[in-house]
Design a protein around this ligand. Structure first.
Ligand code: HT7
Ligand code: ZN
Length: 876
């Protein structure tokens, strides 16, 4: 793998006018004929050869304007096809024939087979595994696709765009033709063929066009696609109302497949989904599953404008489509559900996934400038931090100007492949603001650290706030410029009343947004009649680490009075965190763990507060995870001590809040038939949060087993099973429940993934042997990415004590698994390996074991570029 640099970008020498593909599908020998019409780009070298990308291809035919090309005129390898002596200015047609083997494609990139159907995944560079092609996102063309296949096995023949027609095609075969008029890059190409069931509906767009909606799933699973269909229609409507974006083809299709490397793919008019993000009913899906389905259906649909109509010039610009589209799906979910609860979930996710990435060896800018393997840049930094940066633009500009900026973007760049600079320019032009300093967010990696301290001058009736920003060193970036950091803030009086300053000096304050633009700034708020309590970074307006030593009393006041509910939650977390950190230290020293009463009181007050929605109260009760605590401790981490300390705090809260939790458990039932709506889900979440505390003080598994037996939906069932397996793994009750769950759902892969994942996350050293045992069971399927993520991924990402057991066996196990997975599916192997990224924060004995395991991978022969790239960076 060569390193690719943004600075080396240049347009292609040839312009692609049209693509005409014919597939003769066969499980092991699919024939692909690609007719490509090119002309030389004006102003380029008239002699330059045409160089096309390939990956594991063999050429079986090459025609230039219908005439065979002589051996002297071209050169074909598995990785490229070079054709010389092409016409100097006239368009020409190349006809390229390749034979590929979908059945042998275990990477799940290009054309592959899953559950008996043909399916493609072309982003980022999968199309070159189908045919030789200028496989880069700035080459856009309309596509015609002809598919020929055995009719009985493949009644369904799908591709992008609108259906042109179909007919019989010789013995037992048939064909279908599709035309996509919207010029698109090859990464958005898709083909699906096979035998699937369908759910159909229609959507009438704002301008009155009727669009056929089809969701294809395995036969018999059609009823489970109803929620996805509903989410799709709501997404289509929302995009019209909020962003003025209408759908642009006669048909929109979604296909659910069971073997998929990621969540879903936004191919033009033919989205392909991991079935985990389509299929749902109360029996198999948790409330979290429903929320994920809604978000991912929306995300892929929204890509139709942000990604497909306007795409990326090159893969360095990935955040152009991903950051913006994640922002759009976050806003959609916030509108469909509870905005503050959604924001809390986003920030939890950002802090637990993106902050460690940004603070470790894999840190990179939202818009990177080099990569070795593009598949490794589908990261939480590009996606989630990219979304946060978009959110900050909206914060800086305000709702109206932001909308004018996106309108201008859609108008100015429709049909183009563009850059982040083009995107930013639209907001500058729409608002008249200079975003030069702001755009450092795209270029400087690392989470800024902002330090704040305040003093009140009663005589002068002024509050002085000192702010400093520090940008951490990240790989390849040692010196950094100060950033433009938009901090939402508010000042409160002791009685919770909002205090509005008469004037502010030292920084710009627009509405509630304070602009920190220098390394250090002293801001004075004048006309403040009494000592104020400062609420800083409301709604998490900027993705920073904030160091602000605030008294427990002030935090409790924010937790009680803030009108921004996100800030209330943040204050509760900030109150609790020092207790959890101290508990980890005490547990390590064998000292009894204690917990501040102020924190416990504030937590229980929030739990009881009926003016707050249940979903919020559930979020308040969910303590920071062990990984969060490890990150905050910042080094020399002992996972066992962190676990023990956190458990001790849980037990103390459980004891103090016994009555509160009992009442919640009894009162938060959801009567009537199951409904996945946000309010009902919130009640279930609160009830299960209370249940988690109750099970801390229980020393018998009886209540959990009773809850398991009584559950009538997957949220409650899996919550009870998790408590049984995690709290009481060796009891007869836990064993019986695990066996019951297994037998009940053996036929349902998505539910069995939960069975594997719950066991993979059982705390403690014994889990490794359990996992090795599970790998020998008939239900374990190495080739299925969902299954591998459920078992191996959950263990490595979400079980600090099991994976990080002191003898290093967990790390050695992972190294072996990575090497094995890498043989089949490098993308999956590399992704699971990123679970090792924070190894340097471990105490020395574990860190040594982790390093040895990583070196074992590094020294192995035949590594994929994907795994080589990750292991090298993690070890550096
Ligand atoms: N744009 C899609 C990314 C994706 C992907 C990337 C690489 C390899 C396989 C993949 N499957 C999907 C998904 C999205 O962001 O919407
Ligand atoms: Zn996306």
């Amino acid at each position: 793998g060569q390193i690719v640099y943004l600075a080396d970008y240049r347009p292609t020498d040839f312009v692609l006018e049209r693509v005409d593909l014919t597939f003769e599908l066969h499980p092991t020998e699919t024939k692909v004929e690609a007719r490509l019409i090119f002309h030389r780009r004006e102003g380029t070298d008239r002699q330059a050869p045409l160089v096309l990308d390939g990956d594991e291809l063999t050429l079986s035919g090459l025609l230039l304007d219908q005439t065979e090309v002589s051996a002297a005129q071209y050169e074909a390898t598995a990785e490229s096809l070079t054709v010389r002596d092409l016409p100097e200015s006239a368009p020409f047609e190349l006809t390229i024939t390749t034979i590929i083997n979908p059945e042998a494609n275990t990477q799940l990139m290009g054309l592959y087979r899953t559950g008996g159907i043909y399916c493609t995944q072309c982003e980022a560079e999968g199309f070159r595994r189908i045919t030789y092609f200028p496989d880069r996102p700035d080459v856009l063309a309309p596509y015609t696709v002809n598919i020929i296949a055995d009719k009985a096995a493949n009644p369904l023949l799908l591709s992008n765009g609108n259906f042109l027609g179909g007919a019989g095609y010789g013995e037992g075969k048939h064909f279908a033709a599709w035309f996509d008029p919207h010029p698109k890059p090859s990464y958005l190409f898709a083909l699906v063929a096979g035998d699937l069931g369908v759910v159909e509906d229609t959507f009438v767009t704002a301008s009155g066009r009727e669009v056929a909606l089809k969701i294809y799933v395995e036969h018999g699973k059609e009823p489970r696609a109803a929620y996805a269909m509903d989410a799709l229609k709501r997404s289509m409507k929302w995009d019209e109302e909020r962003f003025g974006r209408e759908y642009d083809l006669d048909i929109f299709m979604i296909v659910a497949v069971s073997d998929f490397n990621m969540g879903a793919m936004e191919n033009k008019g033919l989205n392909v989904f991991n079935d985990k993000y389509v299929l749902a009913d109360p029996e198999i899906a948790t409330d979290a599953d429903y929320a994920n389905i809604e978000a991912i259906i929306a995300h892929e649909y929204f890509h139709n404008w942000t990604g497909n109509r306007i795409t990326c010039r090159d893969w360095f610009q990935l955040c152009l489509k991903e950051g913006l589209t994640v922002y759009r799906d976050h806003e959609f979910s916030a509108d469909q559900r509870s905005r503050p609860v959604k924001r809390i979930a986003e920030v939890r996710h950002l802090k637990s996934e993106q902050f460690p990435e940004d603070g470790g060896p894999l840190a990179h800018p939202v818009r990177p400038t080099k990569y070795r393997e593009i598949n490794n840049f589908y990261t939480t930094t590009v996606y989630e931090k990219g979304s946060e940066v978009t959110r900050m633009i909206a914060t800086l500009l305000g709702r109206d100007l932001f909308k004018q900026g996106t309108d201008l973007y859609f108008d100015r760049h429709d049909g183009q492949a563009v850059t982040i600079e083009d995107f930013i320019k639209c907001f500058e032009d729409a608002s008249g603001r200079d975003l030069t300093q702001f755009s450092l967010w795209y270029h400087q990696a690392g989470t800024p650290l902002v330090t704040a301290s305040g003093t009140y001058d009663a005589g002068g009736r002024s509050f002085t706030l000192s702010l400093e920003q520090m940008m951490p060193v990240t790989p390849g970036q040692t010196t950094k410029e100060p950033m433009h950091i938009p901090l939402r803030m508010a000042l409160f009086a002791e009685d919770g009343a909002l205090l509005t300053p008469t004037s502010v000096t030292g920084a710009e304050l627009t509405d509630d947004v304070l602009h920190l633009t220098e390394r250090a700034q002293t801001v004075v708020f004048h006309g403040i009649p009494s000592r104020p309590v400062l609420s800083l970074n409301r709604s998490f307006s900027t993705p920073i680490n904030l160091q602000f030593s605030q008294s427990a009393g002030d935090m409790a006041l924010i937790a009680r009075y803030e009108t921004d509910h996100f800030a209330r939650w943040q204050a509760l977390i900030d109150l609790g965190l020092p207790n959890l950190l101290q508990a980890a230290r005490d547990a390590r020293q064998g000292i009894a763990v204690t917990c501040d009463a102020a924190f416990v009181d504030a937590l229980l007050a929030a739990a009881k507060d009926e003016s707050l929605e249940p979903a919020f109260r559930a979020q308040a009760l969910a303590l920071p995870s062990e990984a969060d605590i490890a990150r905050e401790l910042g080094g020399d981490n002992d996972p066992d001590a962190i676990h023990a300390g956190r458990q001790a705090i849980l037990a103390l809260i459980a004891e103090a809040g016994k009555d509160v939790f009992t009442a919640l458990y009894d009162n938060m039932q959801t009567p009537g038939p199951f409904s996945p709506d946000a309010a009902s889900a919130g009640r279930r979440a609160l009830r299960n949060a209370a249940f988690t505390y109750l099970s801390q003080s229980d020393n018998a598994p009886a209540r959990a087993k009773a809850a398991y037996d009584a559950a009538n939906n997957m949220t409650d069932l899996s919550a009870a099973l998790t408590i049984l397996a995690h709290r009481f793994p060796e009891t007869a009750e836990a064993k019986a429940a695990l066996e019951n769950f297994h037998d009940r759902f053996a036929e349902n892969a998505l539910v069995i993934d939960k069975w594997f994942a719950i066991q993979a996350a059982i705390p403690g050293a014994a889990t490794l042997e359990r996992i090795q045992g599970l790998m020998e069971t008939p239900l374990f399927k190495r080739t299925n990415p969902n299954r591998m993520r459920a078992l191996v991924g959950t263990f490595a990402f979400a079980n600090p004590t099991g994976f990080g057991r002191a003898d290093g066996a967990g790390y050695r196990f992972l190294a072996q698994e990575i090497l094995d997975i890498d043989q089949r599916n490098p993308q999956l192997a590399a992704r699971i390996l990123t679970s090792m990224r924070s190894w340097r924060l471990l105490e020395p004995v574990r860190a040594d074991h982790a390093r040895s395991a990583l070196m074992q991978i590094e020294r192995a022969g035949g590594l994929s570029t994907d795994v080589r790239d990750i292991v090298d960076r993690i070890l550096k």
